[in-house]
Structures are given as C-alpha cells and as structure tokens.
Design a protein around this ligand. Sequence first.
Ligand code: FAD
Length: 281
Amino acid sequence: MVNHFIPQTFYEALEYRASHPCYIMAGGTDLMVQKFVSSSLLPAFDKDVIYLANLNELNYVKKDENGKVHIGASTKYVDILASEDTPKLMKDIIIEIAGPNIRNMATLVGNIGNASPAGDSLVGLYLLDAEVVLASLKGNRIVPINELIIGVRKLSLRDDEIIKEVIIPTHNELTTYWKKVGSRKAESISKCTFAGAYEIENGVLKDIRLAFGSVSVTVVRNRALEEKLIGLKLNELNPDKVVELYKDAIAPISDQRSKKEYRYKVEMNIVKDFVLKMKGE
Ligand SMILES: Cc1cc2nc3c(=O)[nH]c(=O)nc-3n(C[C@H](O)[C@H](O)[C@H](O)COP(=O)(O)OP(=O)(O)OC[C@H]3O[C@@H](n4cnc5c(N)ncnc54)[C@H](O)[C@@H]3O)c2cc1C
C-alpha cells in the first residue's frame, strides 16, 4: 500500500526519506500531472509520497552576508516574486511561469527537481551560477545547478537526499535580459527560452553570459565561448559574430511544440536582439 507522509520538521522528512523509497512532493504541479491516470482514478503512485509543501521550515527567501539569496524548498513562486531579495532576472522569469493559480502552488525547487529541458527557471539559475543544497541525515552537500541536473528528468540526487534550498548569487553588477517564446502569453510551455547578462566598464565587456533553454537535454551555457567575448570593446561586438560563435552550441530537436529549425532560428534572432540591446541600438 502507498502512504503519504506529512513531516512536521525537515529532520522528520530526512528520516522518512532515509528509511522508505518515496517520491518527494512540493506543489505537486508536475508530479500530479505525471502520475495522472484518468479523472475517475487515483494518481498512479507506486511508492510513498513525502509532502513538503506546507513545511514552514523550508519556506523562506533570505539574503546572506555575502549577498547570496537562499530560497527554501517549500517556497512558492508567489512568495519568491513578493520578496525584495529575489534577483530581478528570477522575477522576470517566474512572472511568466504558468499563471497565478500554479504560481500559488508550485515551487522553484520543484522546477529544479523536475529537471525538464523546458523548465524556465533553470535558464536563470544556470546564468547566475546558482547552487543547490542537498540534505540527508549524513549532512549537507552543495552542488552547482549544472552538476545536479544530469539529463532529462535526471538528477545526481541520492536516494536518501532531499533538496533543501537553492542559493543564487545576486550579481548586482550584471544587467540581465530574458525572453520566453511560447504559443501564448500565460500557461504556456516554452518553445525556447534565452537569458543573457552583461557588465560593461569603460566601453569594454567585463562579463557576458548567455544561456539557452528548451534546445538541448538541459540548459546550454558555455563559459569558454563567453570568455571569447569578454574584453572586447562594445564597438567591436557584432551580433552576427556572436551568432557565428554560438552556431554549433545548441542542438534543438523537433517535438509537438516546435520544429528544430524554428527553435534554432528564433534563438539566434534573440541572441542578435540581446547584443543590440547591450550596445544600446
Ligand atoms: C498548467 C501548468 C503550467 C505550467 N507552466 C510552466 C511554465 O510556464 N514553466 C515551467 O517551467 N513549468 C511550468 N509548469 C510545470 C510546474 O508548474 C513547474 O515545474 C513547478 O516549478 C513545479 O513545482 P512543484 O512544487 O509543483 O513541483 P512538484 O510537482 O511537487 O515536484 C516536481 C519534481 O521535483 C521533485 N521535487 C520537489 N521538491 C523536491 C525536493 N525538495 N527535493 C528533491 N526533489 C524534489 C519531485 O519529486 C518531482 O520530481 C506548469 C505546470 C502546469 C500544470
């Protein structure tokens, strides 16, 4: 028989996780869809479920002394949007996730746990070099987001671990850019997404970051390519050159939402727009 467990403390959740094979549920907006069978049948859970959505201990957005923002695993999008500590890029992304109904239930950590190539928040988290705290009875370990997500719906999470929080560096020095392409304004799964960021000092590119979503098994970000652009003067930066640099970086596929050719062309047009905005053109 499949049970659900509602822990009163995070420690209780870790104890249960260590002793029972189980699913972890936060808002359930992915998990319930994945386990849905039919409107007249119970969802098809084949293991117990730990329900974390109401765990107050993990419901927070707080900035530490190093300016990093910690977002707990039970914190819903609506509260992340309301916090003055949430980085602007993450707010720009979250306000376009689903609609108000889902944002009142769903969590940022659930978007990470789902590890979908179309997970919108992941693009911002990769761009800002976010890290994730994985907790177990043995202690915590902190891993960069790109090491936690290892494939489509695949995480390097041990069977006894639960994601406790995500840590996002604020990067106030960066100007950020976000674009989501979907078939409508709200409640839309992305056809493709792009997040960019840059810092300019005395007309020279001090930092630049580009991250692409929904065009590979997970977010595409390549620091080696970014470093080829760092140090260039703004007037040396040509949108076509950046497109040329990134031409082999993404490999979209065709699916029910879009053709690969469409995704590729749209992403490259967005890159051009990002560069032109950076140059103030
Ligand atoms: C109508 C609709 C519209 C949507 N629109 C968007 C959209 O625009 N963009 C987008 O990116 N997504 C969208 N989604 C998907 C979903 O809402 C998001 O991925 C959301 O962030 C999931 O959060 P959740 O708390 O509901 O996760 P859940 O469904 O509870 O969990 C999702 C996954 O994460 C795992 N998980 C949850 N918490 C933890 C934890 N603490 N530790 C380890 N694993 C954990 C679960 O086991 C599960 O595998 C949409 C969904 C619906 C139903």
